[in-house]
Design a protein around this ligand. Structure first.
Ligand code: NAD
Length: 260
């Protein structure tokens, strides 16, 4: 379905990003993985994914909290593959704390990664997509791009902003064969959520099993985590030609969370 396409998935060494990278590769795309680990540490992951999918897989280290690194990641992907057709902005972080206790440096780091990196990679990727008249940008936002939770004000703000950014970009490039959408998962069991379970247990002074049942999945009517592979399959659809009219949209994969 995506043979001949090239893709960059930010933050793709674990969790949702890795599942998305695998699904894009299985659909035939050449995929650049990204994470903040040195290339030698990510080599077995890269080689394993290439062997498993038969696709060309690269890895580029970049700390996306830095604007220059975000731009260079896109430039080096284009240098490696000759083009960048599909950009999946997935890298993100969470920090759970009340606003009045939220560390200033965590705010700066979270906004830099969750929001500003999406701007910098998109800005760098668009000229090539515009020149070729085809592009797909999928921004992994969150149900927190649409609704809020206490103790997550900066994360909620960053994801609402990503949703707004996605809509505005979609409008700018609507006549150029490029789509831009926000994909908003509910809770997916990944290392990011494992950390939240620990953090929320402290905030609520509860054991971790109660936090999962009564705090994390309290909002999710299915009472089940969304699978990373579900997010990946949706991303592949959004990157397909069948989704060429799906743009500026906010796609919820949230087990019914935001239906309330
Ligand atoms: P994760 O912690 O498993 O993976 C995060 C990825 O980002 C990793 O590959 C990590 O190496 C990378 N990363 C972290 N900091 C980075 C940096 N400074 N530069 C480059 N890469 C960096 O997280 P996840 O749960 O898979 O989350 C992925 C995205 O999905 C995030 O944007 C998150 O907000 C969003 N999301 C997650 C959930 C969930 O329940 N897990 C729900 C909704 C949205």
């Amino acid at each position: 379905m995506l043979a001949g396409r090239t893709a960059l998935v930010t933050g793709s060494t674990s969790g949702i990003g890795l599942a998305v990278a695998r699904a894009l590769a299985r659909a035939g795309a050449r995929v650049m993985l990204n994470g903040s680990r040195p290339a030698d540490e990510a080599e077995s992951l890269r080689a394993g994914l290439a062997a498993e999918t038969g696709a060309e897989i690269g890895y580029t280290r970049a700390n996306l909290a830095q604007a220059a690194s975000a731009r260079e990641l896109v430039e080096s992907t284009i240098a490696a593959f000759g083009s960048l057709d599909i950009l999946v902005n997935n890298a993100g972080m969470q920090h759970v704390a009340a606003v009045d206790a939220f560390p200033d440096d965590k705010w700066d780091a979270l906004i830099a990664l969750n929001l500003s990196s999406v701007f910098h990679t998109t800005k760098a990727a668009l000229p090539g997509m515009q020149a070729r008249g085809w592009g797909r940008i999928v921004n992994i936002a969150s149900a927190h791009g649409v609704v809020a939770s206490p103790f997550k004000a900066p994360y909620t703000a960053s994801k609402h902003a990503v949703v707004g950014f996605s809509k505005a970009v979609a409008l700018e490039v609507a006549e150029q064969g490029i789509t831009c959408n926000a994909l908003c998962p509910g809770y997916v069991r990944t290392p990011l959520i494992d950390k939240q379970v620990v953090d929320q247990a402290k905030v609520h002074n509860m054991p971790e099993d109660r936090v999962i049942r009564e705090v994390i999945l309290a909002a999710q009517p299915t009472k089940q985590f969304v699978e990373a592979d579900e997010v990946a399959a949706f991303t592949v659809f959004l990157c397909s030609d069948a989704a060429k009219s799906v743009t500026g949209s906010v796609q919820l994969i949230d087990g019914g969370w935001t239906a309330r």
